[in-house]
Design a binder for this molecule. Structure first.
Ligand code: GLY
Ligand code: MN
Length: 471
């Protein structure tokens, strides 16, 4: 299994030890059963654990002690039954040598070892998705961490220290992200090539998932593949793809190391954009490319969002769907009738990287989330730094519950032509126009940016050449 090197993980653990001034207990989490206990879902270690260790074992834990700079890794004992059902595993001595930690201890001794090593000192911890691991860490650390509550996921100083490290990518991590981007590209291209009127969404979904599996990857999040792209996180794949539909694919591969891609493309079922599809597509592409072009150290992510929103407002004004200056439309929030979400998010080991850490790390001191419709979904408003990795994903959607919302219609009646928008709901034999989203993954570099997913076709001509080419 391909992973960053031992030297890379040793450096990351050294950096983490230097960044903390109290002991820290980290939990990988265990298998989480799908239904009955012996039927586990696929194991996925917590991302901070993946950040510091190669290929973590289920139920692993680690104690970082800055006092003597030690790292103790706790692993399940090797039993004959495990060897029978799951195959052999390396001895503790072999793991210690391979990973380069101070010691490897029995997981069942976790509480006792922590107590003996720390005496009266207390360890901090981070809540993880596995509730049993979090409960154990709470007990051992006397900490009230809670995975479901972003304000209690861990001590704020600890979260900031982890975020600082995770946000600044090292070359081996960039290599992983490039690989995830390549596999994500292949999945998108396969889905495009197999698209034709009459195919079912689930068949295209199968091509996407099959591409991930062929490369030893899993989906980084529930793949969105739908002709109903106006439902932002649509996980249904039961529709037939029909002439006149737009197919929206939002999918990303996750490598065994945990690094992932998150790309969205939208294309016409029959291989040719019609006039309305072309008009809307070109506005979204212009918004995306304008925002991406701005990325460099020091640029505020919120400014990217509002610039993209102005490009969208301007484009929709030219089509007669909005009225007024782009500045006024974005100031009032009217653009959100068509672009109702934020421009994007951090990406890395979590597809929305460290979203569980809350706005503490997404909104620096002095900045808070807007309460305005649309901007309230802006997940990120940091100043870009070299090594930061973000998505840029504007969209335009014709969403019946938004366009028919009495309060929004009243609020924006002078700025949105709701009658004209209604015509988009009636297009495509009454199935509606749907939505267009275009998303790339962009790394901030010392001098500018690098679009790691730039090989996924998005120019209209490139898409048209590819659609249906495998059928
Ligand atoms: N890929 C889904 C999202 O970014 O929300
Ligand atoms: Mn995304």
């Amino acid at each position: 299994m391909r992973m960053p090197t031992t030297a890379h993980f040793k450096l990351r653990r050294k950096q983490f030890l230097a960044a903390i001034d109290t002991p820290v207990l980290l939990m990988a989490g265990d298998w989480i059963p799908r239904n009955y206990p012996a039927n586990p879902g696929p194991f996925r270690a917590d991302s901070t654990f993946l950040f510091l260790f190669p290929d973590p074992e289920p139920n692993a834990a680690a104690l970082f002690d800055p006092k003597d700079k030690s790292v103790t890794l706790f692993l399940n004992e090797r039993t004959a039954a495990d060897a029978l059902w799951h195959g052999p595993s390396s001895s503790f001595a072999a793991v210690k040598r391979a990973i380069g930690v101070t010691r490897v201890a029995k997981r069942s001794d976790l509480a006792g070892v922590v107590k003996r090593q720390l005496g009266r000192r207390r360890a901090r911890t981070l809540a993880v998705a596995d509730p049993r691991a979090t409960a154990e860490a709470r007990e051992i650390c006397g900490d009230k961490v809670d995975f479901a509550d972003a304000s209690r996921i861990g001590d704020p100083d600890l979260l900031l220290a982890v975020a600082k490290l995770r946000n600044h990518r090292l070359p081996e991590e960039v290599k992983e992200m490039r690989l995830a981007a390549r596999i994500t590209r292949d999945a998108h291209k396969t889905a495009m090539a197999h698209t034709r009127p009459g195919v079912h969404e689930q068949e295209l979904y199968g091509h996407v998932e099959g591409t991930f599996a062929k490369h030893g990857c899993v989906q980084a999040y529930g793949t969105i593949l739908s002709v109903r792209g106006e439902v932002l996180h649509n996980h249904d794949h039961s529709n037939e793809v029909r002439r006149g539909d737009l197919v929206l694919l939002d999918a990303g591969a996750e490598l065994p190391s945990g690094y992932c891609g998150d790309v969205t493309r939208t294309w016409p079922a029959n291989g040719r954009f019609n006039a309305s599809q072309r008009d809307i597509y070109d506005i979204v592409l212009a918004a995306e490319e304008t925002a991406i072009a701005m990325i460099k150290p020091g640029v505020r992510y919120g400014d990217l969002h509002f610039t993209a929103a102005r490009v969208i407002a301007d484009g929709l004004t030219q089509l007669g769907l909005m009225r007024g200056s782009a500045d006024d439309l974005v100031e009032s929030g009217a653009h959100a009738v068509f672009f109702p979400h934020g421009l994007g998010h951090l990406i890395g080991l979590d597809v929305h990287d460290m979203e569980g850490f809350g706005d503490l790390i997404h909104y620096p001191p002095g900045r808070t989330r807007s309460a305005q419709f649309g901007a309230a979904f802006l997940r990120l408003d940091v100043d870009m730094e070299p090594g930061m990795y973000v998505t840029v994903e504007p969209g335009i959607y014709f969403v019946p519950p938004i366009l028919h919302d009495a309060a929004l219609r009243k609020q924006f009646r002078g700025q949105v032509d709701f009658n004209k928008a209604e015509r988009f709901l009636k297009m495509n034999s009454g199935r509606g126009f749907g939505g267009v989203r275009i998303e790339d993954d962009v790394m901030c570099t010392d001098r500018g940016h690098d679009v790691l997913t730039s090989d996924v076709p998005k120019e209209r001509a490139a898409l048209e050449a590819l659609i249906g080419s495998a059928v």
